[in-house]
Ligand binder design. Structure first.
Ligand code: SF4
Ligand code: SF4
Length: 565
């Protein structure tokens, strides 16, 4: 089996030698072997490939000289791996006549190299039989662009979306536009491979290619509903390519970054689902149907809905009546797991309102733990629910900042409260509630004390590290230097504000701002954030239960949509 890593690889050529080819997709469990030989800034894909080769999972490999990572991976494997056949193919940057000639020559060199290595004869008929066309589909779709998307990530994306997904990254959608009669009629190998090179280069260009007319055509395609742009940590290309796409694309765009390991999938799910909700293409698990008793309650005009927001720190429940009046709300620590906390908090909220479970006709769950809660009838991401809740509390709000236990988000909403765009920091604890908790513990104070102590700062102390571990040692050393507690806390507040305020500014300036989530009660953070973004931030009593409120509102809307006339 010959593995390849790029859609420009002439795989039909190997069919002409009677060889099987397969795209390389393996995701590494760890990089134990790769880390011993690869430089630290090799992209995740380069590491995964190196690991698989060093573990003996790949015996023959065709690389392309598309980026520095691939050239270095080739050098490492040539020196350290015991591969049967290793080749790096010269790729052009364009599909001009001159570049097609150069690429045809490059394919011919590969053919000769393989002939020499294998001693096999190239069979032109077998080669020509390997060409097949992909069936064009005419339905709406979301395009995945950027660099290599693993099958696992492609599945997460496809599962989240109710529309078709076209993976246009390195190994997705390999589809040649070839002229078989002309290839059959070609006299020499040179003529044949010129036509072959042209067919390969007519594919949708990737980020290496400077010709972008096909992409521009894609951006104008009416069937295109949105673009998910995937990058891999340390990828050479994504910076300039993404900036251009953000300028040119006329449809909603979501950027995601992975390290090409399975570990990143869980965190990405929320973003992808929220994006699907934003473009109105979220595929959902089958929702529970209303029972006859529930329909009767709705007909009688007396019923309730609930929202459960299962966060990493707290689980919040809001119960609304049919007139959108909040009849109960509760916040409890998530502690013993999402499912148990959801059950307990719902029971407490019902008790507080003097209601029974049967009087709740529909429950929507949200938050990190939403997938693990049995109580719900439907589930919606916290991004969409926070937007809904915030719009209900203050319809003038256009940017919502939510600092949660595990992540922070900036969400842009339109005048109807629908999400237009969002950005999330979920890769590290910097700028999250967890960061503040760790720092409060290091300083030996409670979060409540921390929320006001920093307001009385005198000296401007800078916490330069964004990483929780390094920031913690900075705090320890500031304590050792006898820096005043309010000054250290102010420094921490500014550090969080700079991270989270940066997310909000990347969405573009948009008044009015609101902060949701538990950290909204931290006056020091709110003040530092206001200074960072240069605008006042709207805070209200219900800030912490905003996600649960949004979920309960969605539950109510679902009932209204299904309710008998
Ligand atoms: S970026 Fe382009 S050239 Fe590089 S591996 Fe991906 S498809 Fe191939
Ligand atoms: S992800 Fe980027 S850096 Fe890594 S191999 Fe692909 S193009 Fe090169």
């Amino acid at each position: 089996m010959i593995h390849y890593i790029c859609k420009w690889t002439p795989v039909e050529l190997f069919a002409g030698f009677g060889e099987e080819t397969a795209p390389f997709h393996e995701m590494a469990e760890d990089f134990d072997l790769a880390d011993k030989v690869a430089p630290v800034n090799l992209c995740g894909f380069g590491r995964a490939l190196t690991e698989a080769v060093l573990r003996g999972h790949v015996r023959s490999l065709i690389l392309v000289n598309c980026c520095d990572t691939m050239r270095r991976t080739y050098d490492i494997l040539a020196a350290r791996a015991d591969l049967d056949f290793l080749y790096i193919l010269d790729l052009p940057h364009e599909d001009t006549e001159c570049e097609i000639d150069a690429f045809a020559a490059s394919i011919l060199r590969l053919k000769r190299a393989y002939e020499k290595f294998s001693g096999k004869t190239f069979d032109r008929e077998r080669f020509l039989r390997a060409f097949s066309r992909k069936k064009e589909e005419n339905t709406p779709y979301v395009g995945i662009l950027g660099v290599k998307v693993s099958p696992a990530l492609e599945k997460v994306i496809a599962d989240a979306l109710s529309v078709r997904v076209e993976n246009e990254t390195c190994l997705g959608n390999r589809s040649l536009d070839f002229d078989l009669p002309a290839m059959r009629a070609a006299g020499t190998d040179e003529e044949l491979f010129r036509l072959y090179a042209e067919a390969i280069l007519r594919q949708m260009p990737c980020c290496r290619m400077t010709t972008s007319h096909k992409r521009e055509k894609m951006f104008l395609d009416e069937r295109l509903q949105g673009i998910i742009y995937h990058t891999i940590k340390f990828c050479d290309f994504y910076g300039f390519e993404y900036a251009r796409m953000a300028r040119e694309a006329k449809v909603p765009l979501l950027k995601i970054e992975t390290d090409y390991t399975a570990q990143s999938m869980g965190q990405l799910k929320t973003r992808i689902e929220a994006f699907a909700e934003t473009i109105g293409a979220r595929s959902g698990a089958a929702e529970n149907q209303l029972t006859e008793r529930q329909r009767e309650m709705i007909r009688e005009g007396k019923y309730y809905t609930a929202g459960i927001d299962s966060g990493s720190t707290s689980t919040d429940v809001v119960i609304l009546d049919q007139d959108r009046k909040m009849v109960s709300s509760i916040i409890i620590p998530t502690g013993g797991g999402a499912s148990m906390s959801a059950e307990t908090s719902l029971a407490k909220a019902l008790e507080k309102a003097g209601l029974s479970r049967e009087q709740i006709v529909r429950i929507v769950t949200t938050g990190y733990g939403r997938a693990y809660i049995d109580e719900g009838d439907a589930s919606i991401t916290e991004i969409t629910c926070h937007a809904k809740g915030a719009h209900f509390l203050n319809p003038l709000v256009r940017t919502i900042i939510d600092i949660g236990g595990q992540d922070s988000k900036a969400i842009r909403v339109d005048e109807a409260g629908a999400v237009q765009n969002f950005l999330m920091n979920d890769k590290c604890a910097a700028g999250t509630g967890r960061f503040l908790e760790t720092m409060a513990k290091t300083l030996g104070i409670s979060l409540t004390e921390m929320s006001t102590l920093g307001l009385d700062w005198k000296e401007n102390v800078t916490i330069s590290s964004m990483c929780t571990v390094f920031a913690e040692s900075e705090v320890v050393s500031l304590v050792a230097q006898n820096k005043a507690l309010p000054d250290i806390i102010h420094g921490l507040n500014v550090s969080v504000a700079s991270k989270v305020g940066g997310l909000a500014s990347r969405l573009g300036e948009m008044e009015e701002y609101m902060m949701t989530g538990g950290v909204a009660r931290n006056q020091g953070i709110v003040k530092a954030l206001e200074e960072k973004i240069g605008h006042p931030i709207y805070i209200c009593e219900e800030a912490q239960i905003c996600g649960a409120l949004g979920a309960a509102l969605f539950a109510l809307e679902k009932v209204e949509a299904e309710a008998p006339a």
